[in-house]
Write a protein that binds this ligand. Structure first.
Ligand SMILES: [Mg+2]
Length: 225
């Protein structure tokens, strides 16, 4: 019986690729450096590399957010300020939203059935702005953003922070749903709760990070909860 459900935000409920696409193009354009398709593809590789470094605990979030732009500017010989770029990007990321298919429908289904919590590794200002735009904030009993928690998924300390703030919390009745094996699923395993991997693109799994359940559409949560 799952009574406490943690939901990841990016690429689980909200389409982060869409937000990122809009924001990065807008930001570089505002800096006078129009982004080509090739640059955009390169940015994805650079960005992902830095987030993996972050998940391994080898760089701080603040440092990675700026470092990805610095590397881009160096590679493309652009005379832009990476700090200014990141500030602009955060603002632009908060503009608008795009839902993952069936996100609103599943939230409507889940809301009366269990206590919902948003568990996001994002930047607080950006995430609140996007949640406001999407109008799904009220679905959650509490929203836990890593920046405010002082730690992040998959670390146990992030989950301890969340659990300590939930009255009557029982880990044996809790689960997390998320698209990332390395942050959501590993985090749930570290925290001793059930794990549901949302894998819409049928990515290959990892032998060392095994979720309790795997779903390919959010509506499949109806079978679990
Ligand atoms: Mg995610």
């Amino acid at each position: 019986m799952i009574n406490f459900l943690f939901l990841d935000a990016d690429d689980t409920l909200l389409d982060f690729s869409w937000a990122e696409d809009q924001a990065i193009h807008r930001t570089y354009r505002e800096l006078g450096a129009e982004m080509t398709d090739e640059m955009y593809a390169r940015y994805h590789v650079v960005n992902q590399g830095y987030w993996q470094t972050y998940e391994r605990g080898e760089i701080t979030r603040e440092a990675l957010l700026v470092a990805r732009h610095r590397q881009m500017f160096e590679e493309y010989g652009l005379d832009c300020d990476p700090v200014q770029c990141e500030n602009l990007y955060r603002k632009n990321l908060g503009i608008g939203h795009h839902f993952i298919p069936h996100a609103v429908e599943i939230l409507d289904y889940l809301r009366p059935r269990c206590r919902l919590f948003l568990a996001s590794n994002g930047v607080a200002e950006t995430q609140y702005s996007r949640l406001e735009s999407a109008g799904i904030g009220p679905c959650f009993e509490q929203i836990f953003i890593s920046e405010e928690a002082g730690d992040y998924k998959p670390n146990r300390a992030y989950f301890d922070y969340c659990f300590a703030r939930i009255p009557g919390f029982r880990p044996e009745e809790a689960a997390i749903v998320g698209d990332s094996l390395t942050s959501d699923i590993l985090g749930g395993i570290n925290a001793g709760i059930q794990t549901i991997w949302f894998n819409p693109k049928h990515k290959p799994g990892r032998p060392d990070i095994r979720p309790d359940f795997e779903i390919h559409d959010l509506l499949e949560l109806k079978q679990l909860i």
